[in-house]
Design a protein around this ligand. Structure first.
Ligand SMILES: NC(=O)C1=CN([C@@H]2O[C@H](COP(=O)(O)OP(=O)(O)OC[C@H]3O[C@@H](n4cnc5c(N)ncnc54)[C@H](O)[C@@H]3O)[C@@H](O)[C@H]2O)C=CC1
Ligand SMILES: O=C(O)CCC(=O)C(=O)O
Length: 447
């Protein structure tokens, strides 16, 4: 499978050790494939077992989360925190609350987070957590009880200089608030232990917007290098959560026309351009399904099922929903319809076969680790502000975010070129992210 016997042996061991975790194995295989030229150029990494250490989490925490629902019934969910790698800083990464969550999902996300966080240039290690709890359809009271129980256990394992969780799918401002309140009550400490906090209690301006905005800043830079831009482009974005909403806002500001959004039930197509105020009302206030968009815009279309969205002709596609949402068939449709750029707002939204389609057909492809790193980067800026007991203005944070995304693009592009993979930003992001972590691990001995 790999030219390098060392990488082959590592992949074989990882596969044997984690047989029931396909998403984790997919994420590891992609990184190891990119590392072939690095391992050839740096035999010392193999000598010190860097790769076999980097694929094994430093710590995995699994716990029971009991809570009582509104009818008085006891419910039990499973909680996770995977502290994957702390070579360059405290563990950092979101919490996902979704019924599909199991250890393999958290491990794939935590593994990706190591390289993404390294790419930001800021001192943050990789971690991720979550639960199979489904916030959909739960009352605010039930969500609060769940979050308090979840944090009662998680609080024993995190801290402002140890591990700093944030949001991800199913965890937004409401959930972070409930968890922060419980942490403070248990520990009697007012610290930056979570990011994505509300602006009245230590949150950073622009964190809410950061992942979607950062995605567009990265994409704009990638387009610029190819003599293109968002101006006049038709854009399709999947999802309608935090990342999708702010990607829509920034893509529109940069001159694109976003014509589609989706949720896990179906997608909307509005040839006049998406009315974001309507989407925000439906998703952030009413917490309803995206098909409600038709009550605001009866002239738009709604279609059941998610994958059909990739059949809409577009110039730029920004998948912002969930893992493996673009398969080979959907990728072929994008290519056939003349799409020239895909950048990933979600984590691992394209299957390996889809990525192969994009790359072999010459599309610009911005992988998640690089393209969606603006969220965690701004979380690290929130940590800095908390430590300083100070707040930057929106424009100050936004300017830093933009700088970070431009640098991520340049470092990704340059690393690809340096290792003989010009234009392959998957390899570039994996290599650039890996190098800093590997060098820190080399310096710190076998730990
Ligand atoms: N929130 C953040 O700062 C960051 C989020 N991400 C990634 O972006 C993606 C979206 O996250 P958020 O917008 O934060 O979550 P969210 O909970 O605000 O929104 C998730 C969206 O994805 C849709 N979705 C979820 N599962 C789906 C499925 N199985 N099929 C189709 N659609 C589905 C939901 O309907 C919703 O529109 C995730 O992959 C997440 O890991 C990546 C970097 C940072
Ligand atoms: O802001 C953070 O710490 C986490 C963001 C995240 O979960 C991600 O980058 O996937």
């Amino acid at each position: 499978m790999f030219k390098s016997k060392y990488l082959n042996d590592v992949m074989e061991t990882v596969t044997k050790r984690n047989p029931a975790e396909p998403e984790f194995l997919q994420a590891v295989k992609e990184v190891l494939e990119s590392l072939e030229p690095v391992i050839e150029a740096h035999p010392e990494f193999a000598e010190k077992g860097i790769v076999e250490r980097i694929v094994e989490p430093e710590r995995v925490i699994t716990f029971r989360v009991p809570w009582v629902d509104d009818s008085g019934k006891v419910q039990v969910n499973r909680g996770f925190r995977v502290q994957f790698n702390s070579a360059i800083g405290p563990y950092k990464g979101g919490l996902r609350f979704h019924p599909s969550v199991y250890l393999g999902i958290i491990k794939f996300l935590g593994f990706e987070q190591i390289f993404k966080n390294s790419l930001t240039g800021l001192p943050i290690g990789g971690g991720k957590g979550g639960s199979d709890f489904d916030p959909k359809g739960k009352s605010d009271n039930e969500v609060m009880h769940f979050c308090q129980s979840f944090m009662t256990e998680l609080s024993k394992h995190i801290g402002a200089d140890t591990d700093v969780p944030a949001g991800d799918i199913g965890v937004g401002g409401r959930e972070i608030g409930f968890m922060y309140g419980q942490y403070k009550r248990l520990r009697n400490e007012y610290t930056g232990v979570l990011t994505g906090k509300g602006l009245t209690y230590g949150g950073s301006l622009a964190r809410t917007e950061a992942t979607g905005y950062g995605l567009c800043y990265f994409t704009e830079e990638m387009l610029k290098d190819a003599g293109k831009s968002f101006k006049g482009a038709t854009v399709v974005i999947s999802g309608s959560g935090n990342v999708a909403i702010y990607a829509t806002k920034k893509a529109t500001e940069l001159g694109g026309k976003v014509v589609a959004l989706s949720d896990s039930n179906g997608y909307i197509y509005d040839k006049n351009g998406i009315d974001l105020d309507a989407v925000k009302q439906i998703k952030e206030v009413e917490r309803k399904r995206i098909k409600e968009y038709l009550t605001y815009h009866p002239e738009a279309e709604y279609h059941e099922g998610c994958s059909g969205i990739w059949g809409i002709p577009c110039d730029i596609a920004l998948p912002c929903a969930t893992q493996n949402e673009i398969d080979e068939e959907s990728a072929k449709k994008l290519v056939a319809n003349g799409c020239y750029a895909v950048a990933e707002g979600a984590n691992m939204p394209s299957t390996p076969e889809a990525i192969a389609q994009f790359q072999s057909n010459g599309l610009l492809f911005g992988p998640a680790k690089a393209a969606n790193a603006g969220g965690v980067a701004t979380s690290a800026l929130e940590m800095s502000q908390n430590s300083m007991r100070y707040s930057w203005t929106f424009d100050e944070v936004d300017a830093k975010l933009k700088d970070i995304m431009v640098n991520i693009y340049k470092n990704t592009r340059d690393a690809a070129e340096k290792y003989g993979k010009k234009g392959d930003f998957v390899a570039g992001a994996n290599i650039a992210g890996f190098m800093k972590v590997a060098e820190a691990m080399m310096a710190q001995g076998i730990v």
